[in-house]
Design a protein around this ligand. Structure first.
Ligand code: TXA
Ligand code: MG
Length: 327
């Protein structure tokens, strides 16, 4: 079927209260009409996501934000003008028209305009903003291909739009505008450097996020089945002998022989390429029944910050006061 027809079909499903998985530039989302609480409830059920974890509302035009929020602070406007459509989510004080289930009862709403032609067409044709989390079971890695969605949620969603692999590969950067100074709640596809070049210094949320706004940033989020270890020493690999270990390398390991399998995120050391490959590479390693995945550290500049954040969460090395056994 041609893209146009299948997007039309997807929009009809959204209008009818169904749920559709769709590509964005960051990861695949699982969407429903943001104004239809029953449809949104199905997303929580399918994902087995706790109701205290709010969803991002996706819009197709920057002007749509006005209908969803009380006010748009000037820094939020500057950021959306600079990075939309794109991997930036802004958290603003919400209007009453947004159902509580979308925002987990918070007085705020997270909004983003994705930079993907299929996502934008879907929102436009559905004629409503689309509430969508990443299209994965709660606590698992976000999908970056339609096949990832199919494997994990295939039989439970009404339609999966296939737009190929997501070019950015990590979720959007979330910036909140509730305090005097903007606060970054989640590092993501727009780097901190890029954001600060537009609005100056932003606060960075500590890893232990206060509930209930804890933005999916519970420890062990993004976790595969196989344990991931970030803190390890190349010289001390003997402690893992007799174990089947995989390596998640940044540019390429010095010694391949010790590993059962190796995934290289970017041979040339490009952080954008590494981010785009991250979740698919972890999934491939996770499918091999390894005892352990050793992950190399990535320089924490640009997109490296989002990559390391996801790796720390996948490895459980971020300790917070939340439940460590989510999934
Ligand atoms: O790139 C992305 O952001 C992808 C694509 C599909 O757009 N979406 C995504 O959604 O990553 P999700 O639900 O997996 O992560 C959204 C995060 C959640 O951790 C949630 O807690 C946080 O956004 N969030 C949503 N509304 C919020 C709010 N009002 N205040 C603070 N955090 C919020
Ligand atoms: Mg998610």
């Amino acid at each position: 079927m041609r893209d146009k027809e299948i997007i039309h079909q997807a929009a009809e499903i959204i209008k009818g209260g169904g749920i559709v998985a769709f590509p964005t530039e960051t990861v695949y989302g699982l969407g429903a009409d943001a104004f239809n609480p029953l449809a949104v409830a199905r997303i929580f059920e399918v994902k087995r996501r706790p109701y205290f974890d709010p969803l991002i509302v996706h819009v197709a035009y920057p002007a749509d934000v006005k209908k969803l929020v009380k006010e748009i602070p000037s820094n939020a406007k500057k950021l959306t003008e600079s990075f939309w459509p794109g991997p930036l989510t802004v958290v603003l004080l919400k209007n009453e028209n947004i159902p509580d289930i979308v925002t987990a009862g918070l007085p705020t709403v997270a909004i983003r305009m994705p930079n993907h032609p299929m996502a934008l067409s879907l929102i436009k044709e559905s004629k409503c903003p689309i509430a969508a989390p990443s299209a994965n079971p709660f606590g698992y890695l976000s999908p970056t291909t339609a096949e990832h969605v199919q494997e994990q949620l295939g039989d439970q969603v009404d339609l999966i739009l296939d737009g190929g692999p997501c070019p950015v590969g990590v979720e959007s950067t979330i910036v909140s505008f509730l305090e005097e100074r903007p606060r970054s709640l989640r590092p993501g596809g727009v780097s901190l450097e890029e954001i600060e070049s537009v609005i100056g210094k932003v606060e960075i949320n500590p890893n232990e996020l206060e509930k209930p706004s804890a933005p999916g940033m519970l420890p062990r989020h993004y976790a595969p089945r196989t344990p991931i270890v970030l803190d390890w020493d190349e010289k001390n690999l003997d402690i893992y002998k007799n174990k089947k270990i995989g390596l998640l390398a940044f540019q390429g390991p010095r010694n391949h022989l010790k590993f059962k399998s190796v995934e290289v995120l970017s041979k040339k050391g490009d952080l954008r390429e590494a981010a785009a490959n991250l979740f698919a590479a972890i999934r491939r390693l996770d499918a091999l029944n390894l005892d352990l995945i050793l992950a190399e550290s990535i320089p924490e500049i640009g997109l490296g910050r989002a990559i390391m954040d996801r790796l720390r969460r996948a490895s459980g090395s971020i300790e917070a006061d939340g439940d460590r056994n989510i999934g």
